[in-house]
Design a protein around this ligand. Structure first.
Ligand code: FAD
Ligand code: PYC
Length: 416
């Protein structure tokens, strides 16, 4: 059954019949014996990969296997910041492609992902950051990414609640990307899932991949909690569990897994309509449509697979942000959570073939992959379909052996 379009007309029609006519957003599926392509991980990157395989290359005999619930990993746990103000050319290219795809994603998927290009500001609070961000603004102008370095006065105009003369770190300016912003993270996953299901793909939840088998160096079968499934190609798109899955397939990845945490305050009246990142003091903040202040900090200082928050992070992050936003000292914090992020040494992703024929990996997005979902899916689909993608060419895993790092430790934007 093909999916009915969402529209104002559909909303009015359903309003007149007690909303009884809505369909499931995606079909409930059980595994078939074999697929042309299996994607492991129904986060944003896995679902976007499946979507562009179908849309751009007509490959639709695809299953997306998810051990928990769709979007329940980092995709549903992030602070939703979207920007493309990276320093290195390959990064600027893929993040800007992604940001541009976000601009029209709601129309493309016929699903409101609530993209809000409200502007993203990275505060410069040391002379070193001033130099670094001016360099990024120059690089961005050559790369065709629209950013600018703005004065403290302009910062204050855009963010009236900010304290420019903090006790430790004054605001000396900021890197400003006016078309950066936020989107609704669950909706991004749900929108891609619905579009994949509409193309006839199977999205199978509660289906953990427990083993990966190959013959003569070519992937053949994945073992899952719902039985064995054959495949021609396999995409591993499992973020913090990438090292675990690679081990099952018989190779190693240069990835460390760490918890990254975030929290939200009680809802308050609108007071800040841009996103602010303060990387020196380790904090970033935006206001959600519901009025909550959405706040995040740095990663844990030790490797772990803990998908939950901890007290010392609330303390550290809020204490740091209070210097720059004194008014948040009066807020009650409502919820806190964590996700397992997949960190590479150069803070850039891996979109790559692997030592096993037919197995591809997409990981290493670490603290910053929500913004990359559409661009990453686009590139990974091209790599899986054609064996090469210009957008992902620099992000192969061989770069760690060859010393061709794509150092984004500053632009990655979160303390780590
Ligand atoms: P995930 O969404 O984690 O999906 C991977 C899926 O694989 C999971 O659903 C998992 O259950 C599944 N899986 C794992 N193992 C198996 C298995 N064996 N079998 C089957 N399925 C399996 N990025 C930004 O750009 N902006 C931000 O503001 C931002 N803020 C962040 C704040 C926090 C607190 C966190 C944790 C992350 C943040 N990020 C941000 C990073 C961003 O969330 C991630 O990079 C991105 O969501 C990764 O998406 P993914 O699809 O690769 O991974
Ligand atoms: O990459 O912009 C980012 C980000 C913000 C918070 C976590 N990651």
């Amino acid at each position: 059954m093909s999916t009915r379009r969402y529209s104002a007309f559909a909303l009015a029609r359903e309003a007149l019949r007690d909303h009884l006519g809505w369909q499931r957003a995606w079909a409930k599926a059980s595994p078939k014996p074999r697929y042309d392509v299996i994607i492991v991980g129904a986060g944003g990157h896995g679902l976007a990969t499946a979507y562009y395989l179908g849309k751009n290359f007509g490959i639709r005999n695809v299953a997306v296997l998810e051990k928990g619930w769709l979007g329940g990993g980092n995709t549903g746990r992030n602070t939703t910041i979207i920007r493309s103000n990276y320093l290195q050319d390959p990064s600027a290219a893929i993040y800007e492609k992604s940001r541009a795809l976000y601009e029209t994603l709601s129309q493309e998927l016929n699903y409101n992902v609530m993209f809000s290009p409200r502007g993203v500001m990275m505060l410069a609070q040391t002379e070193h950051e001033v130099r670094g961000y001016k360099r990024t603004a120059h690089a961005n102008s050559i790369q065709g990414v629209t950013t600018e370095f703005i004065s403290p006065e302009r910062v204050k105009e855009l963010v009236p609640i900010i304290e420019l003369k903090g006790p430790r770190y004054p605001v000396l300016g900021a890197l400003w990307q006016a078309r950066g912003g936020t989107a609704r993270h669950d909706a991004v996953a749900w929108g891609y899932a619905r579009a994949c299901s509409d193309m006839g793909m199977d999205i199978i939840q509660n289906c953990e991949v427990t083993g990966i088998r190959s013959e003569g160096g070519q992937v053949t079968v994945v073992e899952t909690s719902k039985g064995e499934i054959g495949c021609g190609k396999l995409g591993l798109v499992v973020a913090g569990h990438s090292g675990v899955l690679a081990q099952k397939a018989g190779f190693r990845l240069p990835i460390e897994s760490l918890a990254l945490q975030a929290l939200v305050s009680e809802p308050i009246k609108p007071c800040m309509d841009v996103v602010v990142m303060a990387n020196t003091v380790h904090g970033y903040m935006s206001q959600s449509d519901k009025g909550e202040m959405v706040i995040g900090g740095g990663t844990d200082a030790f490797n772990n697979y803990t998908q939950r928050g901890s007290f010392h992070h609330i303390e550290e992050t809020v204490r740091a942000l209070v210097e720059t936003f004194p008014m948040i000292s009066r807020l009650k914090m409502l919820r806190q959570w964590g996700g397992i992020v997949d960190m590479t040494g150069d803070r850039s992703p891996i979109i790559s073939k692997t030592p096993v024929d037919g197995i591809f990996v997409n990981c290493g997005w670490g603290t910053g992959g929500f913004k990359a979902i559409p661009g990453s899916g686009w590139a990974m689909a091209e790599l899986m379909a054609k064996g090469h993608s210009p957008l992902s060419a620099a992000f192969g895993m061989e770069r760690f052996r060859e010393g061709r790092f794509i150092d984004e430790s500053v632009a990655a934007g979160v303390a780590h």
